[in-house]
Ligand binder design. Sequence first.
Ligand code: HEC
Length: 165
Amino acid sequence: MRKISLLLVSFLFLACVQNSSTDNKVEEVQGEWIKGDADEKLEIIEEHFQGFGKAMWEVSYRYKELYVAGMDENWEYAEHHVEEMEEAIELGLQRRPKHAKASEHFLQVAIPEIEKAIEAKNRDLFEEKFEELRQSCNACHMMRDHEFIKIKTPKDYYSVVGEEK
Ligand code: HEC
């Protein structure tokens, strides 16, 4: 009887070991071009997401669209761009947290202020707050050693969005 139970215990033990070893097995997945070991693959993905410059690409597009939206008094479209711009900066900060301190004024003052003008549907106030936003862009560029990127008011910019004339 003792022999049998010993046999049973060792059998159960073996079954467990085998089971856990298949559970821990990591399935290696290779993409079309994302290849290599886990670290190499992560590195490739991170590189393709890029850093803060990628966020700025999006932010500068939205900055121009926001201006035209305000000038056209297309307030819903303006609000859309403010929200997306804020998110683009926040995602950029996840990738490059070193810019967080310098973007505080932009996120905590410039964005909420322009939102107030949009909410009020007030074109004059919008122009005033847009100018403050522009200065906030440039202040950050100065703080982050990119003062050569001088943002101006996009006066001659035409959006593809709007009423057909
Ligand atoms: C964190 C503070 C910060 C704020 C706020 C900020 N920027 Fe930038 N911006 C940067 C930094 C840093 C770079 C350089 C990024 C890089 O290439 O690594 C940059 C780069 C740029 C570039 C060049 C992007 C390219 O093609 O490489 C543009 C255009 C730009 N910003 C526009 C804006 C506009 C418009 C605003 C405001 C609506 C703004 N930025 C607000 C920090 C900021």
